[in-house]
Design a protein around this ligand. Structure first.
Ligand code: ATP
Length: 539
């Protein structure tokens, strides 16, 4: 592994030890660890010499999951720059907002993003490196291949004085609850989580009876581990929980152009992929894909979900689809951009026994459940989840007030509501802002969504509060069903009646056959659903 240095440059340097093994696979392209190192080292030199990139400068990356993203990430952090991973799904004004807000001086972007930005590029004071652009480049932009030039077989990154607590990343939050904010993370923030997750995985494997060497190899995603990266690299879960552990241990990162369940299954079979982590919707689509049961997935030893609520029904669907839990380690995790992705994880038997839990806090992370009065809550009682640990970022970029409100005395106030059980397992019950207050009773959306998903005809579900004259709010649900023989609202309500208290049962249910709108991090866009769903009038 990269050794004990909590620095991202050490992760890049470790690539040399992994030599000719494949580091990156993208369609027909295969890049070895040594080649990955040399390319990043060469680009690092160009950043400093051609663009004057210095410690603390922001370098924005806006593209699909291309190998160039990974090269540019390691090149920039190795010379002390702060990488701004830009969400590739953003519209032109949103892209412009992030570029302006972060004060990026250099943008590395693919043709789609550059086209989308169009005239906005003229307004921004930015140098541009264009990735995979066949057509004419924007004025002043240089092509990636031209910037990189020849990659010398002995290229090394320029020497720059760096410290583990230097800022390294400025990931923007998803913006599901407001405007996205940049979370300023350090090298230590990123690297500490890689070790924490590895520890949790090793512990589970040893408890399951794996021999030590096997457990260590799997734990560190070491060669011959091959990890399919289906999460966007611009999101902290993709970069932190998928890219870093894989590359730091000499494994292979297999990149997909875009998420597609059948393409993922075909790639797992062809490349003999050993691990994949996705948002819950991706896993649900994988298990529901027509070819799931027929594919040879025997290489797959770990399959994880995180980043958004996953209903326990997901496990049932995996098992029904033919997944063997003794052969494939299922897992789930919880975290935020503000804590560099991982606060808790649950693997294997723990996850199967408690599929509604997001697991145990990872080592050296503390979790508190804090009530409205500021007091710690006993097991079983719901309160706000607070987190402290080496993954918690410095704060928000240029937002002192929001930083002061969210990061308090070393604790990150997550805005999520949760509880722990007697064994210390954490459960996320809802986001505080999503919780429905129905006539004085709290309704947690995630619980109602999970109950709806137990119905075999329900493909997806979103629960949200709708304004109500007397109650303040009533419970609404948007339910995705198959086109044939959908259940009606009455039938669904009687199904829920056996599972939920009456006040939690949605009074208004809108049906759709379309996919529910989600952002790139797999989160439901509830504000959009509230405005756009075909709501029946109140009963
Ligand atoms: P913004 O703060 O701008 O609205 P965001 O909070 O959606 O953005 P992220 O950092 O992408 O930005 O998401 C973190 C949130 O995702 C957590 O606060 C939590 O609500 C949710 N989340 C993450 N993992 C899980 C999980 N396993 N179960 C339930 N919710 C989860």
């Amino acid at each position: 592994w990269a050794g004990s240095s909590p620095h991202l440059r050490a992760v890049l340097e470790a690539s040399l030890e992994h030599g000719d093994r494949e580091a990156l696979v993208f369609e027909g392209e295969r890049i070895s660890h040594t080649e990955h190192f040399r390319r990043a080292a060469t680009l690092a030199r160009r950043l400093v010499e051609d663009y004057g990139v210095a410690r603390g400068d922001r370098v924005a990356l806006a593209m699909r999951n291309y190998p160039e993203w990974v090269t540019a990430f390691f090149a920039a952090v190795s010379v002390g720059a702060i990488v701004v991973p830009v969400n590739a799904w953003l519209s032109a004004p949103e892209l412009e907002f992030v570029l302006r807000d972060s004060g990026a001086r250099l943008l590395v972007a693919d043709s789609e993003r550059l086209e989308r930005l169009g005239a906005a590029l003229e307004r921004l004071d930015l140098a541009v490196i264009a990735v995979r652009c066949a057509g004419p480049l924007p004025r002043g932009a240089r092509a990636w291949a031209e910037v990189l030039g020849e990659v010398a077989p002995d290229a090394v990154p320029p020497e720059v004085a760096l410290a583990p607590d230097d800022p390294a990343t400025l990931f923007y939050t998803s913006g599901t609850t407001g405007r996205p904010r940049g979370a300023l993370g350090s090298h230590r923030n990123m690297v500490s989580n890689v070790l924490s997750m590895a520890f949790m995985k090793a512990r589970t494997l040893l408890r399951m009876g794996a021999d030590v060497a096997e457990a260590l190899a799997l734990t560190f995603e070491a060669a011959p581990a091959k990890v399919l990266c289906v999460l966007p690299l611009f999101h902290v879960t993709g970069a932190q929980t998928v890219m870093l552990p894989t590359l730091s241990a000499g494994g292979t990162l297999v990149l997909l152009r875009r998420w597609d369940a059948e393409a993922a299954l075909e790639t797992i079979e062809r490349e003999r992929v050993s691990g994949m982590t996705g948002v819950p919707t991706m896993l649900a689509q994988l298990f529901a894909a027509p070819s799931f049961a027929e594919r040879d997935l025997s290489s797959l030893v770990s399959l994880g979900s995180g980043g958004a609520p996953a209903a326990p029904a997901l496990v049932e669907r995996a098992l029904r689809g033919g997944l063997r839990p003794e052969a494939t380690l299922l897992g789930a995790g919880y975290g935020l951009t503000e804590c560099s992705a991982t606060a808790s994880v649950s693997y294997g038997p723990d996850y199967l026994a408690r599929p509604d839990s997001v697991g145990l806090p990872v080592p050296v992370v503390d979790v508190r459940i804090v009530g409205a009065d500021g007091a710690d809550q006993p097991p079983g009682r719901v309160g706000e989840i607070w987190i402290s640990g080496p993954g918690v970022v410095h704060g928000y970029w240029n937002r002192p007030e929001e930083t002061a409100a969210t990061f308090v005395d070393g604790w990150l106030r997550t805005g999520d509501l949760g509880r722990v059980d007697d064994a210390g397992f954490l459960y996320v019950v809802d986001r505080a802002k999503d919780m429905i207050l129905r006539g004085g009773e709290n309704v947690y959306c995630a619980e109602v969504e999970a109950a709806l998903l137990e119905h075999p005809a329900v493909l997806d579900a979103a629960v949200l509060g709708l304004a109500h004259e007397e109650l303040g709010e009533e419970v609404g649900a948007v339910v995705r069903v198959a086109a044939q023989a959908p259940p009606d609202a009455g039938e669904l309500r009687s199904f829920l009646a056996g599972r939920l208290a009456a006040f939690k049962i949605p009074s208004r249910i809108a049906f759709t056959v379309d996919e529910l709108p989600r952002n790139a991090a797999g989160k439901l866009l509830k504000r959009r659903l509230r405005d756009e769903a075909a709501w029946p009038s109140a009963d």
